[in-house]
Design a protein around this ligand. Structure first.
Ligand SMILES: [Zn+2]
Length: 81
């Protein structure tokens, strides 16, 4: 491996630990469910999910799981309540 790539890998390791350097502008995720897949979006500063629970409650297991995965990143929406 060339010297340039080794330097980039080291930089990537540092960046990965500095999660606040990463800002989500938009995101689309597919949750592979036991019965159905579900699609979660972050867009326009809010969460969206296509599952039934989200339609009535504004949050669901999919958005809350993703919130945990994305913990510490900029641009993770707050819930409206
Ligand atoms: Zn959902």
């Amino acid at each position: 491996m060339d010297y340039g790539m080794i330097g980039k890998i080291e930089k990537a390791k540092r960046y990965a630990e500095q999660r606040d350097r990463i800002r989500i502008d938009s995101l689309s995720v597919t949750f592979v469910g036991e019965n159905n897949d579900h699609t979660v979006h972050i867009r326009d500063g809010g969460w969206q999910c296509d599952c039934d629970f989200f339609q009535t409650r504004g949050r669901c297991s999919h958005t809350m799981a993703l919130e945990r995965v994305l913990d510490g990143l900029q641009g993770v929406p707050e819930y409206a309540d």
